[in-house]
Design a protein. Structure first.
Length: 171
């Protein structure tokens, strides 16, 4: 019995000490990547690997010029007012619906048509989970608190509609 204990002590003394893993601070971009992966997995069981996340500051008109009417555009609201926009492409919407209905993602590319109202409704749990995860993962980042009390609002049918609804009132 003492031999086993003694050899355990000797083994621990002779092993090379492993350095502590460095504490890598969570950036806002990493928090967004993590939130999307977690939200997709927990809400609908969709395994997502986020290849890249980019941060860009643009005036509203330039931002909306980047969007197309084929995207799912959902307004984000806080205290009854529109405070942002969430855009999803057909690939994410198709993958989410396929996982929810068949349990797997087909190998083919998604259709290039506009996303229907029904499809937009079906992905609401994923989008809500994304916002919830963003609130959790963005703590202590530059986005801390931004998604607090943010809800999913009505869908924008066209980019032009988003431009009108998101314009700040004059006066």
């Amino acid at each position: 019995m003492t031999t086993a204990t003694g050899s355990g002590v000797l083994q621990r003394m002779t092993q090379r000490q492993q350095p502590d893993a460095p504490d890598v601070p969570l950036t806002a971009l990493r928090a967004v990547r993590l939130a999307l992966a977690r939200g997709a997995q927990t809400s609908i069981g969709l395994p997502v690997t986020v290849g890249s996340v980019a941060e860009q500051a643009l005036p509203l008109d330039e931002l909306l010029a980047e969007f197309t009417d084929e995207l799912l555009l959902i307004s984000l609201t806080r205290d009854g007012a529109i405070c942002g926009i969430l855009a999803c492409d057909a690939g994410l919407v198709a993958a989410a619906i396929e996982v929810m209905t068949t349990g797997k993602i087909s190998a083919g590319a998604p259709d290039t048509r506009s996303i229907t109202k029904t499809e937009g409704t079906l992905v609401q749990p994923l989008l809500r989970a994304l916002l919830d995860e963003l609130e959790e993962t963005t703590a202590r980042t530059s986005l801390d608190g931004w998604t607090r009390m943010v809800g999913l609002g009505p869908r924008f049918t066209r980019c032009r509609a988003a431009s009108f609804d998101m314009t700040a009132p004059i006066g």
